[in-house]
Design a protein around this ligand. Sequence first.
Ligand code: NAD
Length: 259
Amino acid sequence: AKRIEGKVALITGAASGIGRAAAIRFAEEGANLVLLDRDRQTLAVVCREAEAFGAKTIAVEADITDEQSLAEVYRKTNSAYGKLDIVFANAGINGTLSPIEHMSKEEWEMTIGVNLTGTFLTVKHAIPLLKENGGSVIVTSSINGNRVFSNIGFSAYSSSKAGESAFTRMAALELADYGIRVNAVCPGAIATHIDQSSKPKPELKEVEIPVEYPEGSHPLEKGPGEPEQVASLVLFLASDESSHITGTSVYIDGAESLL
Ligand code: NAD
């Protein structure tokens, strides 16, 4: 049997990387989808990929920091499918990589705004629909929210990801009575296009500290993980197989965080 047959899942950041891999995996396992991204063109390609597995898809071009368009996305979801079971709040950016001394308030707020506030808004507006039948929310945090990253410049990113894990715990507590589970996945380095969303400042060079292990080495696989590996974990957390798991942050990093 398919693992999430007939479920309706909304995925943010679905046009690329981990979000795209989850869209395809969810489609393979029988879900119908609402795929959201601010990149409309690539999103259309992912829709075709998911539809090849028989999934119904709705593509929505939206920015997760725009509260009104998010509310509208959930209205669309309800009128198309009449319910919502799974939310994968995954969209995120690296933002500007900068020493703290040289990071502007605008750069700080951009990263916190997309990753943390955008996740809050994605979950907030899903609650009315999720309350009806219960459901599963998965947030993409990072190992960098829970440990010191070996490259500096990531203070805003790490703070946003720590916030996402804390938000996950609080949301799990608040929503438990409605049968809504909320968990976070914390990937290590994964081979995606996220570096293209980074703007490293020249000042970073002055203070960069050497990494303690060879670039790209991971204990398990000797390189970054693949988005499909993260999608398998997200599928498990989305499905009823994880029915006793809520409020947790699951590392998926090939033991990178142990180095
Ligand atoms: P990616 O850049 O390949 O995909 C991210 C997608 O999110 C893109 O399609 C982008 O257009 C979309 N997006 C960004 N900001 C948006 C916004 N404001 N509104 C709507 N869509 C927006 O990157 P990815 O690696 O797949 O990242 C997915 C998540 O995984 C992010 O939250 C990221 O922080 C997290 N993560 C990634 C890694 C990694 O090494 N790749 C590690 C840990 C955590």
